[in-house]
Design a protein. Structure first.
Length: 449
């Protein structure tokens, strides 16, 4: 049995395992820390229960990958209550106590608890505890509306995991956006999600324009209840979401103008405490990532590279930004440097470790370093045994290396995976390689600001 301090990846990500000591790390870890502090806080809540916090919620597959890659299978549970007593920290036990008495909790405490579960990537558990609600229920209390929004976001992330976003039903978001009390961040956030999903997932311009108008109205309704930090933060978030409308129109000037506004509001934030500093830094990172994709959409590779390099330096412990930089370097023809960037991402753990190894292999294969490329593809398969793309590359590469055993194994394993895929009537959770490698190839064309 591996211990939590036996690897730097497990040590840095310890809160995901048992809510143990917070050791820094990438900014998404602050989401767990802040959510736990809110849960045990005795402070009352006003009529806007989502004033501000860490934006990024990672999918359930991140948690699975983290446990698999670190070998911490003893922490593999579907519900925090299932974790063995001897593995529970004091914090984890406290959360279990809340869950045991969930039905008796006040609504605001339920919301704070569910928000923590979401931060821990327990999205199936969120759906288990939070039922779908009618419009009248959502409209009756801001905390119920916030719970409904948590459920909708967890459902969205699970659809992403299963690769079924095309089948996503936006009714849950629409119920919140239509029925949550006006002038609350819950209603505003739901409207923004609808702008993004109608534009990004469904390419539905009419739907995106409709919900942009609603979000525009709601940010004005919210303004009187927000302090200066909250208003500037939400306005920045607003522009980053609604820019999808001019993006769909192909209006380059409008996209640049609105992203400039988004960035200017983010850079004008004045922080007074730790929470605000983390929230502001995360928002700036997200915006720079969006502006990198904006530059790709504008086909300005030099600008995309400059922004991507800056982002990788700003959050050096998040592998996602190195994956994006590696992709841009490949487009620039800087294969050797891309290989180094991808290789560095493999040391940071999920999300995307298998992708990092696969793309490192692609780079070395392009440089005719076939032995190293083979090792990288094997490392990718070690992380994700169902990574068909890595296996296909290995099967094609092995004969030129004269390794007959590897040739025979890779062909046999490829047949097994292909037959397995045909037998399955329900699409499995996304293999990071089998689908993500094609996404990396088309990222410059994708409208994913």
């Amino acid at each position: 049995m591996f211990l939590l301090d036996s690897s730097p990846i497990a040590w840095l990500n310890r809160p995901y395992f048992d809510l143990g000591p917070f050791n820094g790390g990438s900014l998404h870890l602050y989401g767990i820390e802040f959510s736990y502090r809110n849960l045990i806080s005795n402070t009352p809540i006003n009529d806007t229960p989502l004033t501000y916090g860490v934006q990024v919620k990672l999918p359930y597959s991140f948690r699975e990958s983290l446990l698999r890659e670190t070998g911490m299978t003893q922490y593999q549970v579907d519900n925090p209550l299932q974790l063995a007593n001897e593995l529970q920290t004091e914090r984890w036990s406290k959360v279990c106590d809340y869950l045991t008495h969930y039905q008796k909790l006040q609504l605001v405490t339920k919301y704070r608890l569910i928000n923590l579960l979401s931060s821990l990537c327990f999205h199936p558990t969120v759906l288990e505890y939070v039922p779908q609600m009618s419009g009248s229920e959502i409209g009756s209390d801001p905390s119920l509306a916030a719970l409904a929004l948590c459920r909708a976001i967890s459902s969205l992330l699970l659809h992403q995991d299963y690769g079924t976003l095309d089948n996503l039903n936006l009714k849950e978001f629409e119920n919140v956006a239509n029925h949550a009390p006006s002038g609350t961040q819950v209603r505003f956030s739901a409207a923004l999600q609808l702008v993004v999903q109608y534009a990004k997932t469904f390419r539905n311009l009419e739907g995106a324009e409709f919900w942009r108008a609603i979000a525009t109205k709601e940010i004005q309704n919210l303004k009187p209840s927000l302090d200066d930090f909250g208003y500037r933060l939400l306005t920045s978030i607003y522009y980053r979401a609604v820019v999808f409308v001019p993006l769909l129109h192909g209006d380059k000037d409008k996209v640049i103008q609105e992203m400039d506004l988004c960035q200017s509001y983010a850079e004008s934030l004045t922080c007074e405490n730790e929470v605000q500093e983390v929230v502001a830094n995360e928002n700036r990172n997200i915006i720079l990532e969006s502006r990198t994709k904006e530059a790709l959409w504008l086909r300005n590779l030099d600008l995309a590279e400059e922004r991507s390099r800056r982002l990788a330096q700003m959050d050096s412990l998040d592998p996602r930004y190195r994956l994006e930089l590696g992709e841009i370097l490949i487009k620039q023809g800087k294969i050797e440097e891309a290989a180094k960037v991808y290789r560095s991402a493999t040391k940071l753990g999920p999300p995307g470790t298998a992708i990092a190894w696969f793309m490192t292999g692609q780079c070395y294969e392009a440089m005719s370093e076939l032995e190293i490329a083979c090792d990288c593809y094997l490392a990718s398969l070690n992380i994700d045994p169902e990574a068909i793309s890595a296996l296909e590359k290995l099967a094609n590469l092995a004969p030129s290396l004269g390794n007959s055993a590897l040739v025979n194994w890779s062909k046999l394993r490829l047949i097994e995976l292909q037959e397995q895929k045909q037998r399955m009537s329900i699409k499995p959770k996304r293999s990071y390689i089998s689908e993500a490698s094609s996404e990396l190839k088309t990222a410059a064309q994708a409208m994913t600001i």
